[in-house]
Design a protein around this ligand. Sequence first.
Ligand code: PRP
Length: 216
Amino acid sequence: MTVQLRVYVPPHPLIKHWLAVARDAATPSVLFRSAITELGRWLTYEAAREWLPTIETTVQSPLDACPATFINPEVPVAVVPILRAGLGLLEGAQTLLPLASIYHLGLVRDEETLEAQCYLNKLPEKFDPQTRVLITDPMLATGGSIMRAMAELTQRGVNPALTRIVSVVAAPPALQKLSAVYPELIIYTATIDETVNDRGFIVPGLGDAGDRIFGT
Ligand code: PRP
C-alpha cells in the first residue's frame, strides 16, 4: 500500500494494551467502553504534538523570570466525533482538550450499499481557517464515512493540513481514499488491519464498535 498522507501507529504499551482489550470478543461492553476511552486519551495525546498551537512568553517563577510556552487560547480547537462510535473516543480527547468546541456529526452506513448517510450535522456554517480539527472515529473501513466527514468539513473552510484523525483500527481502502484527496492529512491509529470483508467489517478488527460501546 502506498499512501502519501502520514499515518502514525504510536508504539506505546498503553495503546497496545487497550487495543488488545478492545479486540477481545470476550470483553464486555462496560470494559470495551473504557478501552475506547483510554485509546481516545492516548491517541489524542500523540495527535496533539505539533498540532496544538502554542505561544512563547515569559513567566516569573518564585526565583527568576524564565521563558514559558502556553497553549494559545486564541486559536480555535474543534473535536468532531463521528456518531455513534466516535463518541467513545470523545471523553478521552476532551480531558486533554478541555477548551475545544465539540461538533457532532451523525453518519450511518447503509448495510447493503455501505454508503454513509448523514442523519445529524451540528457543524457550524463556517470554520475559522486556523481551526485545529480533531475527528474521532474508531473504524476507518471502506472510507465512505470519513470521506463524507472530510467533505463536510472542508466545504466549511477546514484546512486538512490542520486536521488530525484519531482512529483505533484503520484499513487500506479508507487510507487510500483519504490520501488521494487529502495528502496533507495526518492520522493517529492504534493499528492498521489489512482486510475489509464484503460486509464492510475490518478483519480482524474489533467488531461493530458502536454496538459494543453502547451495548446494542
Ligand atoms: C462504523 C464506524 C465508522 C464507519 C466506518 O459506523 O464507526 O463510522 O462504520 O466504515 P466505512 O469506513 O466503511 O464508512 P456505523 O455506520 O456502523 O455506525 P455506528 O457508529 O452508529 O455504529
